[in-house]
Design a binder for this molecule. Structure first.
Ligand code: GAR
Length: 196
């Protein structure tokens, strides 16, 4: 899993993986920065971690290659970006593009980017949600795997809406990853289907 911050999605998956019936295991956690709660959560669960900061590399492709190699070392079936706030490059996508998934706190293709919760609230939508999708070269533009809708309440501020969204997001991520790992998935154009 790739993380940049609080790691509440990581924690939800770690908790799910504690049940052998879930059928998946987190093999490693990578970050683009150190000293974040997500890395503490991984360490507490005994999961190997690595940190590659963009600023540690002379070029962005150099960082991309190092991130790719660090992930590849653990031979993951799925790479999950859970609040990983960096766009990966072509080297990473060539290696993991068919199994690199991300979460976003809005119903894509509405409100992509860094401020999905704030932008939806500012637009005045009555319904927003969360999206799990396959990462492509664009920003939050890849084929959609799963979505859940979340209502916006009249008195919501950004933290209140974010909290409601993230609860739905964690549940959707756990459910979707569990299904992908046990049932497999296929992609035809923009259509992703879980199951054989
Ligand atoms: C999640 O809500 C995720 O959807 C969002 O960051 C949060 C990370 O939370 N990602 C994006 O906004 C990406 N554009 P976490 O660190 O507690 O899992």
């Amino acid at each position: 899993m790739l993380v940049s911050g609080a790691g509440t999605n990581l924690q939800a998956l770690l908790d799910a993986c504690a049940d052998p019936g879930y059928g998946a295991a987190v093999v490693a956690v990578g970050a683009d920065r150190g000293e974040i709660p997500a890395l503490d959560r991984a360490a507490a669960a005994g999961i190997p971690t690595f940190v590659h900061r963009v600023s540690d590399f002379p070029s962005r492709p150099g960082w991309d290659a190092a991130l790719t190699a660090a992930c590849a070392e653990h031979e993951p079936d799925l790479v999950i970006s859970a609040g990983f706030m960096k766009l990966v490059g072509g080297i990473f996508l060539d290696r993991f593009g068919d199994r690199f998934i991300n979460t976003h706190p809005a119903l894509l293709p509405s409100f992509p980017g860094m401020h999905g919760v704030r932008d939806a609230l500012a637009h005045g939508v009555k319904l927003t949600g969360c999206t799990i999708f396959l990462v492509d070269e664009g920003t939050d533009s890849g084929p959609i795997i799963a979505q859940a809708a979340v209502p916006v309440h009249d008195d919501d501020d950004e933290p209140a809406l974010r909290e409601r969204l993230q609860q739905a997001e964690r549940a959707l991520l756990v459910q979707t990853v569990g299904r992908m790992v046990s049932e497999g998935w296929s992609v035809q154009g923009r259509k992703v289907r879980i199951g054989r």
